[in-house]
Design a protein around this ligand. Structure first.
Ligand SMILES: O=C(O)[C@H](CCc1ccccc1)CC1(C(=O)N[C@@H](Cc2c[nH]c3ccccc23)C(=O)O)CCCC1
Ligand SMILES: [Ca+2]
Ligand SMILES: [Zn+2]
Length: 303
């Protein structure tokens, strides 16, 4: 019996065919990808509808992860690989710690759990209740959002509270777009499966989903760590305006440099504007690109 890296396949949450990097041992196939140029691996596990982590390896007897319940496992594994590839190919970053850390995901967490999270060590995905959410790993932008939280922890370290927390949230949403740039929506592929055209959030129109897009409408609250999932609308809108004026290629380099070089745990929105302008100056000087970034933040009321 062979032991080692293999290529299998499966169907994702939306029933789409995907080729998978798997591992074979003792006649069992694991969602365990050893092919990345990093010392760690990409591994996907299941909590089997319980809440103990990390759970057991997602396995299959014939390297064909084709059952409906395996869709969440397939997508968590496949999309984690694409997010690894994005950070490595676009920014030269080797996993979230830039040192080849293993990227671990656990799916089927809880019962009909309508959420997902990075717990400081791994990603965790609920299956959703089929009405509010489909299994959340079925959205590439959600997977990118979660892995970006891990990157932020190892770089800017933005405190998950008030403005620095909203910035943390925004960077996660913005890199969700950079990884999946087909729209400015977040979570649209898994949100309300029975309703089309909606999403969890919108970078281009935060107000459509109850988020402010200007400092005048900053939402002061004690819940959700000071409204981090609400006030992220303001930096999200600034990011959208920036992308629209200078393009994705320049924007993602500026955002990555700001996140990895200039932002700190206590950076607020104004500090983010400064960090992004400094990154822009480093990369592109202080001409039209610089003015576009400054303008974007002025338009959302941050100077
Ligand atoms: O990573 C994050 O910021 C979110 C982590 C939420 C969480 C935090 C701590 C423990 C458990 C869960 C998860 C996501 C999120 O934005 N959640 C929002 C919106 C949301 C999703 N499911 C919900 C259920 C009820 C209320 C709100 C929500 C939230 O938790 O606010 C990110 C992309 C999609 C899900
Ligand atoms: Ca999207
Ligand atoms: Zn988040």
């Amino acid at each position: 019996v062979t032991e080692g890296a293999t290529t299998g396949y499966g169907y994702g949450v939306l029933g789409d065919y995907k080729s998978l990097k798997t591992y074979s041992a003792n006649g069992t196939y694991y969602l365990y990808d050893t092919t990345k140029p990093m010392s760690g691996v990409i591994e996907t596990r299941t909590a089997n509808y319980g809440s103990s982590l990390p759970g057991s390896y997602s396995v299959d007897s014939n390297n064909a992860f084709t059952s409906t319940s395996q869709g969440a496992d397939v997508d968590a594994h496949y999309y984690a690989g694409t997010v690894y590839d994005y950070y490595y190919n676009t920014h030269g970053r080797n996993s979230y710690d830039n040192n080849g850390a293993t990227i671990r995901s656990t799916v089927h967490y809880g019962s009909n759990y309508n959420n997902a999270f990075w717990n400081g060590a791994q990603m965790v995905y609920g299956d959703g209740d089929g009405s509010t959410f489909d299994p959340l790993s079925g959205a590439q932008d959600v997977v990118a959002h979660e892995i970006t939280h891990a990157v932020i922890e190892r770089t800017a370290g933005l405190r998950y509270q008030d403005q620095s927390g909203a910035l943390n949230e925004s960077m996660a949403d913005v890199f969700g777009y950079f990884v999946e740039p087909e729209d400015f929506l977040l979570g649209e592929d898994v949100y309300t499966p029975n309703k089309s055209g909606d999403a969890l959030r919108s970078l281009s129109n935060p107000d459509a989903y109850g988020q402010p897009s200007h400092m005048d409408d900053y939402y002061y609250t004690s819940s959700d760590n000071g409204g981090v999932h609400t006030n992220s609308g303001i930096p999200n809108k600034a990011a959208y305006l920036t992308i629209q004026s200078i393009g994705k290629t320049k924007a993602e380099k500026i955002y990555y440099r700001a996140m990895s070089v200039y932002l700190t745990p206590t950076s607020n929105f104004s500090a983010a504007r400064s960090a992004l302008l400094q990154a822009t100056s480093d990369l592109y000087g202080t001409g039209s690109t610089y003015n576009s970034v400054a303008s974007a933040w002025s338009q959302v009321g941050v100077n």
